[in-house]
Design a protein around this ligand. Sequence first.
Ligand SMILES: Cc1cc2nc3c(=O)[nH]c(=O)nc-3n(C[C@H](O)[C@H](O)[C@H](O)COP(=O)(O)OP(=O)(O)OC[C@H]3O[C@@H](n4cnc5c(N)ncnc54)[C@H](O)[C@@H]3O)c2cc1C
Length: 422
Amino acid sequence: MAQKKTIAVIGGGAAGLMAAAYAAEICDPDTDEILLIEQNDRMGKKLRITGKGRCNLTNDCDRDEFLANVSTNPRFLYAALAGFDTGDTQEYFEALGVPLKVERGKRVFPVSDKAGDVVEALVRRCREMGVKTLQGRVTSVHTHTDDGRPAVTSLRVAGKDILVSAAILCTGGCSYPVTGSDGNGYKLAEALGHTIVTPKASLVPLVCEGNLCPRMMGLSLRNVSLRVKDTTKNKFIYEDFGEMLFTHYGVTGPLILSASAHIPDVESGKYELHINLKPALDDAELDARILSDFKKYANRDFINALSDLLPVKAIGPVVELTGIDPRVKVNAITKERRRALVSVLHDITIRPIRTRPIAEAIVTKGGVKVSEVDPKTMESKLVDGFYFAGEVLDVDAYTGGFNLQIAFSTARLAAQSAVWGM
Ligand SMILES: Cc1cc2nc3c(=O)[nH]c(=O)nc-3n(C[C@H](O)[C@H](O)[C@H](O)COP(=O)(O)OP(=O)(O)OC[C@H]3O[C@@H](n4cnc5c(N)ncnc54)[C@H](O)[C@@H]3O)c2cc1C
């Protein structure tokens, strides 16, 4: 009997699970074998913590909107998205028994709010389709050259060589290395001649100048607005609304992580974050609100009259920024001084000077250079039978379910090409 042809999928994360399941769905089980190799003792370790454990698995938007949310190399994704788009992802998971819901910003989550359900659905699908699994770390990829380009022939896993007809590299980026995506996939690709665009942190907390953030450490704010200013151009380049958190080093939270993707050169120190603590009120409305509090607390010191307006941790820093004596009685504060308070509440300015380390980033910017990968097949242009999918590629997007959709779309295309290309 002829030996089965093996397609190996390296890495059992979002891309690897999808690639293995789909390859098994479309291959001929009599002649082909799909082998999913994951170094961890469980699949989808990172996928399980996505969306704060709820997994924002895609975004219910059309293709143009999707591509507008891809910050690096959106055009590389045309074919992958044409083959499997955000609607297809939703249909696929619903069919696998994971009912979905759409939330603010068209973000799609499982109705159960459990990322584990997404992982289990993919793991179950792999099992049903006969995917073989192997726990181990792929340490090298071997090729053979007859004439022309080299072709992949085998993988070394835990000291043993496994013969393969094709391999799909789904090893992720290098953020959150405890989940398994520790950047070793870049070395495997580099050893085959691929160029790695230097990995950088994206969707990452920001370290800020000064002592304002440490003083407000632990303060979590909902419903604030943020504008990012490029001081060299004297221009606001990004604006959003949502939730943020002050920490000992600076700022984090969804609002900040999204903003960080718009300032990849944050180390230049040219940006300012302008935080509006009361975006729902214009200057006049806010002044009226302050006046009413000042009437209520007419005989209190200024520092003791803001507890209805601000969380405790913000009061000291805000008072200091206004330049008003904290011990002055509020009935002695003039309209002009109140204006200073309004302007601070509407605009606290802090300067980010760098990102936190890449290990704390939600995604890695950089990775396998896409000009060395065929966007119509996800196959390496340097090595036959070697494919890429997911975050290992130099493609990344903003928050909202876009990064997982990229993993799923590229995985489907790579799997299809690997099966049909054998
Ligand atoms: C905290 C957090 C929250 C996130 N939330 C969201 C979200 O809600 N929505 C969204 O769209 N995106 C989210 N992301 C981003 C998203 O998780 C990633 O973009 C996505 O998981 C990338 O999928 P991947 O399969 O390419 O890589 P990964 O999911 O990182 O999987 C790579 C796998 O390869 C394995 N591996 C690596 N090297 C080897 C090797 N040599 N041999 C064998 N196995 C190997 C690893 O162990 C790992 O399991 C989040 C990320 C983080 C860190």
